[in-house]
Design a protein around this ligand. Structure first.
Ligand code: ATP
Ligand code: MG
Length: 315
């Protein structure tokens, strides 16, 4: 657990972070969102002591971080930054192995860990391990950055616009991967972005920041349904909220389940239970279908979802 209590950071006259209170529970993904200069990166960097705080207290698992050795503190916190921060003259494998090497793991353990992480992030070690960062695409480099942050299995992940520099499709893939990895290795994560859709998708809770303050700290659903101010309402896009709420709702919530799973009809296009309702509606509109089958991981049809049930459910 991470706690910020009345934390302030000044740079000369500038108050970059203004008396914020924020508690991040173990295993949750807290997304800091807000416009440029509102204090997101400063907040993140105070947590791993890359920056000191001017006032207030920051506790990690109940312990005041100023009483901890900064190097030790950072070894327990993976840190991913925009533009990856990879060492250009080190191979992918060596970059990922950075922290385990600092921790003096035996070579076999490091090699196995590098392999495991590359595979987890969808990078074939046989193809990419010996490449240098400039031989990778932007999205691949971002994956290496995430692998490096995860390498020594830290309890906490700090991610500062990690997917900022890639195209929309790669970004979406990285977000989906992040959700998948989070299900497998559940880390307490603080994630910075100025993209509200990314925040809604990844967060368990969102902290909306403006001018160094936290305006609202709440679940994605509550941020959409009950914005605390006009600022938050505009940030989430007033008129787009109906569709944004749809993308938070899994198909599972509105499907009609069969009594027992059955084999799918030949050629039927199906959705997964964890797909979101907005996607379901989009597929039905595009294919001009009144309903779609829902398919489980074994390829069986477990039920169906209808266009009417989606519209009828409202926001
Ligand atoms: N090292 C520094 N020296 C002086 N001022 C700084 C320093 N770092 C940040 N600031 C100021 O603190 C404020 C918050 O900066 P911060 O980098 O935290 O914003 P941010 O929310 O991460 O913005 P962005 O979305 O552009 O990355 C800004 O006004 C910035 O100019
Ligand atoms: Mg920043």
């Amino acid at each position: 657990m991470i706690e910020l209590k009345n934390v302030t950071r000044r740079f000369g006259e500038t108050v970059a972070v203004d008396n914020i209170n924020l508690t991040i529970e173990t295993g949750e993904v807290c997304v800091l969102v807000g416009s440029s200069g509102c204090g997101k990166s400063t907040t993140l960097r105070m947590i791993n002591r890359l920056l000191s705080h001017s006032d207030g207290d920051i506790l990690v698992d109940g312990q005041d971080i100023t009483t901890m050795n900064p190097q030790k503190l950072r070894l327990n916190m993976g840190y991913v930054i925009q533009g990856t921060g990879l060492f250009p003259h080190w191979t992918v494998a060596r970059n990922i192995a950075m922290v385990p090497r600092l921790l003096k793991w035996p070579k076999e353990r490091i090699d196995a860990r590098v392999d495991e992480l590359m595979t987890l992030l969808g990078l074939d070690p046989a193809i990419h391990a010996d490449k240098f960062p400039q031989q990778l695409s932007g999205g691949q480099a971002q994956r290496v950055g995430v692998a490096r942050a995860l390498a020594a299995d830290p309890n906490i992940l700090l991610m500062d616009e990690p997917f900022g520099a890639v195209d929309a499709i790669t970004r979406e893939n990285l977000q989906l991967e992040m959700l998948r990895i989070q299900q497998q290795v559940r880390k307490t994560t603080v994630f910075v972005t100025h993209d509200i859709d990314e925040a809604l998708r990844l967060a368990t809770r969102i902290a909306v920041m403006d001018q160094g303050r936290i305006i609202q700290h709440d679940t994605p659903e509550n941020i959409l349904r009950r914005p605390a101010s006009d600022f938050v309402e505009n940030l989430v896009g007033k008129q787009d909220r109906g569709l944004k709420l749809m993308s938070l709702r899994p198909v599972r919530d509105l499907m009609t389940a069969h009594a027992t799973p059955r084999p799918p009809e030949a050629g039927a296009e199906g959705l997964k239970e964890e797909d979101n309702v907005r996607l379901a509606l989009s597929v039905m509109l595009w294919r001009d279908l009144p309903q779609l089958a829902v398919i489980n991981a074994r390829g069986e049809e477990t039920g169906f979802i209808t266009r009417d049930s989606i519209i009828g459910a409202g926001a």
